[in-house]
Design a binder for this molecule. Structure first.
Ligand code: 4AD
Ligand code: MG
Length: 431
């Protein structure tokens, strides 16, 4: 009799006979012994088949297995200190489910386009699996942070009548006879939710028709957007640094093996503890001038600027108080200096760029109306948003964390395309 198990749980079955549904990751043979590298999604284990100890049928079935063939494998679990997992299986039985022929992703090197065309299969590789496990842990720890710090989860709509972050990169669709757009950010709705529930957060997909082909941009990405009533800019920064520290420390605690699989320098992550350094936009401009960059006050930072600034720190850095002209219409001006706004971008270390954008919001009705006019936004479509300033307006702040950039940073990946199972990048909709 054998028990059904998964590779992750074999440590509970040492000395017992178990059956595991699995795929062949790799295989080698030395005449009278075959070694099967088995994977089942939860881990990897080597199955050892000794010709003199099994029936001819089992031996021949094992021989027929190719890369990515599927099978139920039965055998005795042994501790094996020389193997990476610490365990091995002495195979006693094999039930072949499906023999794979000509699996396209072989152990040799493949180009990125080829791998992206085969993303549905590429996911099975050790590294891609590890990334998805880390992503899931990041999401779990994000939810844990907000759920245990007094925030309520609220889901904003995905089909919207207006833009939240500027009108240039909207995905347009028809909503029966009306025009609709896929959401760029749930923020405006989350502001309404904060006035109902105090502290709220959302976690959902957002869409930007950005013609940016960079290693930081996706067309469809997931965002975590907390919004807090009775909270100023300064308090929001403290939430942000505690939040990011919590997420990084959770991954370090719960995903050691996966971080090793993706080759992450763990010592760099261990330094990610609140508080984080802060630098104003003004000081950042001065710093860039000292470094030889030719950027006038009032221009937005590009990736090279952000990277240069981040290089001075081994933690994420907040750049605060940007000029109003390069930021969103809803950001509250600094009362002492209205040409800059009470906002911050959090820039990740090691060149990963902006992972959070946030601000205190305008709570004054007249000023918000003025901003609408300046930005050419129609008051009709935003009437409900204006209502929030008419009925019990309060100081409030919030921010948005881009999940994929966070995964790229924590995993140390070159490109965000590997941070989500099926990335939507510029001009790629397949698979
Ligand atoms: O800075 P953004 O545009 O801010 C907002 O959307 C605010 N409404 C958030 C808020 O205050 N509630 O976007 C927030 C974050 C960025 O810092 C970045 O991490 C990520 O979303 N992001 C992208 N990630 C991948 N691909 C893209 N095209 C992204 N655009 C933004
Ligand atoms: Mg931003």
């Amino acid at each position: 009799m054998s028990t059904k198990s998964v590779i992750r749980d074999v440590n509970q079955h040492v000395g017992e006979t178990v059956t595991i549904g699995s795929w062949i990751n790799n295989k080698r043979s030395s005449g009278k012994i075959q070694f099967l590298q088995l994977r089942d999604g939860t881990g990897y284990i080597q199955g050892v088949i000794v010709k003199s100890e099994v029936s001819e049928q089992v031996w021949d079935d094992a021989k027929s297995l190719t890369q990515e063939s599927s099978l139920y494998v039965t055998g005795v679990i042994r501790e094996e200190p020389r193997s990476a997992s610490g365990y091995e299986m002495t195979v006693t039985g094999i039930e072949v489910i499906h023999i794979t022929e000509n699996y396209p992703i072989t152990p040799k090197e493949h180009g990125v386009d080829f791998l992206m065309d085969h993303r549905h299969l590429w996911l099975r590789s050790n590294k891609q699996r590890a990334i998805l496990v880390i992503r899931a842990e990041i999401i779990r720890s994000v939810r844990q942070f907000f759920d245990t710090n007094g925030f309520t989860l609220v889901d904003p709509p995905i089909l919207t009548p207006t833009s939240a972050e500027g009108t240039t990169n909207l995905f347009h669709t028809k909503y029966f006879d009306e025009d609709a757009y896929l959401t760029q950010s749930g923020q405006l709705y989350m502001e309404a939710a904060a006035m109902a529930l105090g502290k709220v957060y959302s976690f959902g997909p957002t869409f930007r028709a950005e013609k940016s082909k960079t290693r930081r941009h996706l067309i469809e990405f997931w965002m975590i957007e907390p919004e807090m009533a009775f909270t100023d800019h300064e308090e929001s920064l403290r939430v942000q640094e505690n939040f990011i520290s919590h997420v990084v420390q959770s991954v370090l605690k719960n995903c050691r093996t996966e971080l090793e699989t993706v080759g992450r320098d763990i010592s760099k992550l261990e330094q990610i503890q609140a508080p984080f350094p802060r630098i104003t936009y003004d000081d950042a401009i001065e710093f860039l001038h000292e470094k030889g960059f030719d950027i006038p006050w009032g221009d937005d930072f590009g990736a090279p600027h952000e990277t240069a600034i981040a290089e001075s720190y081994d933690k994420p850095v907040f750049i605060t108080h940007y000029p109003a002209g390069i930021k969103a219409f809803y950001m509250k001006p600094d009362p002492n200096r209205p040409e800059v706004v009470l906002c911050a971008d959090m820039i990740a270390p090691e060149g990963y760029g902006e992972i959070i954008g946030g601000s205190q919001r305008i709570d004054d009705q007249a000023l918000l109306e003025e901003r609408f006019k300046e930005h050419g936004l129609s008051l009709d479509t935003y009437q409900w948003y204006m209502d929030l300033r008419q009925y019990g307006s309060v100081p409030h702040s919030g921010f948005g964390l881009g999940l994929e950039r966070t995964v790229a940073w924590i995993c140390g990946l070159d490109h965000v395309r590997e941070t989500i199972a099926f990335p939507r990048t510029l001009y790629r909709l397949y698979p």
